[in-house]
Design a binder for this molecule. Structure first.
Ligand code: PLP
Ligand code: TYF
Length: 400
């Protein structure tokens, strides 16, 4: 019955994690998967999360009943307010349809399916490059995928003219997928002025913005600043779709907690959208898991826990920024050829080094520095014990 099935390739990103684990070399460095690591190279359990979990388990009212199809309602509301701001007109006017989802990936998949069924899109425009899963998710939802240029290898910045031109040429009823902040994999975001230009052309062409928000608080350490683009679009009157993940900013990777928000014109429309989102979800997994929602809701609801969380988030983003500085200084100190200042000007979890595929191979094979072959390194994998090794590896690989 199944003998005809061919072996599928592994996910390129998750494959680097496996290769790293299987390497017995003592100097190995994990710069592959975007998951935060402490300066000791260990996963981080946020103190606020641990405390919230303790309170949840101690509460006699805690049970393991099913959630509704749309998940934990208080979580949905708190997640909405974190993203859009408590005083957002869209929140106050109750015109945002929100459902709990299976982290950011599940949110994107439900969002794409909903748009495929109810928006009749001509295509989705995705940045080139992007997080690989974006492409497959929209293809699976039967939405044709097109691209807009994003990365300018010469300036190692955003190709804003290329992007604006592509949006200008977009077919009617296009969806435009935008990374809300901390673009994966490039680490470069549009400036506020560039975001305004993007909004101008999208308003003129009546394109639908779809924000992927996987790193709120991770880019700058500020929840508000990292939500700038989303809030600016909404304040300009855009309706939009937003996928939100708590994997990175609460360190809840394996709990699979996220949300999907659809900002509508009126609360009546939002009610109808919500009813249809439930119909999309019901035959897929019936209802989402509870534990991550309880944790995130507790952290966002309790002012003391929220403060602890925000200061931890600040520390996490500061450590990454510090490692950018330390790596750059070391590259300069050992006289690495070329300009490496993009390491410190890029933001978020990743740096797009500009190394070629062959140079990346050398990083991996000779130096045991596991990274993506598109040149992306996860800054979270760098720490005070391995930055010199990574700098030496980069300098050596440039000879390839
Ligand atoms: N979107 C982007 C840009 C990402 O980098 C990721 C990965 O973390 C996700 C979405 C979804 O991650 P998760 O499903 O773990 O929330
Ligand atoms: O880009 C990354 O490394 C993160 C983590 O299928 C990730 O977004 C990678 C691959 C994947 C899911 C999450």
């Amino acid at each position: 019955k199944f003998g005809h099935i061919k072996l599928a390739p592994d996910d390129a990103i998750l494959q680097t994690a496996i290769a790293f684990r299987n390497d017995s070399h003592t100097d190995k460095v994990n710069l592959g998967v975007g998951a935060y690591r402490t300066d000791e190279g260990k996963p981080l359990l946020f103190r606020a999360v641990k405390e919230a979990e303790k309170q949840i388990l101690a509460d006699p009212a805690t049970n393991k009943e099913y959630l509704g199809i749309d998940g934990h309602l208080k979580f949905n509301k708190l997640a909405q307010e974190l993203l859009l701001g408590e005083s957002s007109s869209a929140v106050l006017e109750k015109r945002v349809a929100s459902v709990q989802t299976i982290s950011g990936t599940g949110s994107l998949r439900i969002g794409a399916e909903f748009l495929s069924m109810f928006f009749n899109p001509s295509c989705v425009l995705i940045s080139r490059p992007t997080w690989g899963n974006h492409i497959t998710i929209f293809e699976r939802a039967r939405i044709p995928v097109k691209y807009y240029p994003y990365w300018n290898p010469k300036t190692k910045g955003v190709d804003i003219e290329g992007m604006i031109n592509a949006l200008n040429d977009a077919p009617e009823k296009s969806i435009v997928l935008l990374h809300a902040c901390a673009h994966n994999p490039t680490g470069v975001d549009p400036t506020p002025d560039q975001w305004e230009r993007i909004a101008d052309v999208m308003a003129r062409k009546d394109l639908l913005p779809y924000f992927d928000s996987a790193y709120q608080g991770f880019a700058t350490g500020s929840i508000e600043r990292d939500a700038f683009a989303i809030r600016m679009f909404i304040s300009r009157g855009f309706q939009c779709v937003i996928s939100q993940s708590f994997a990175k900013n609460m360190g809840l990777y394996g709990e699979r907690i996220g949300a999907l928000h659809i900002v509508c014109r009126t609360s009546e429309i939002a009610d109808k959208v919500l009813s249809q989102l439930k119909i999309v979800i019901r035959p897929m997994y019936s209802n989402p898991p509870m534990h991550g929602a309880l944790i995130a809701a507790k952290v966002l609801e309790d002012p003391a826990l929220k403060n602890i969380w925000l200061s931890e988030l600040e520390q996490v983003s500061q450590r990454i920024i510090q490692m950018r500085r330390v790596l750059l200084e070391e590259l300069v100190r050992i006289e690495t050829p070329g300009d490496w200042t993009h390491i410190t000007s890029q933001i978020g979890m990743f740096s797009f080094t500009g190394l070629s595929p062959a140079q990346c191979e050398n990083m991996i094979k000779k130096w045991h520095c596991y990274m993506l072959t598109n040149g992306r390194i996860s800054m979270a994998g760098i720490n005070s014990r391995n930055y010199q090794h990574v700098a030496r590896a980069i300098k050596d690989s440039l000879q390839i």
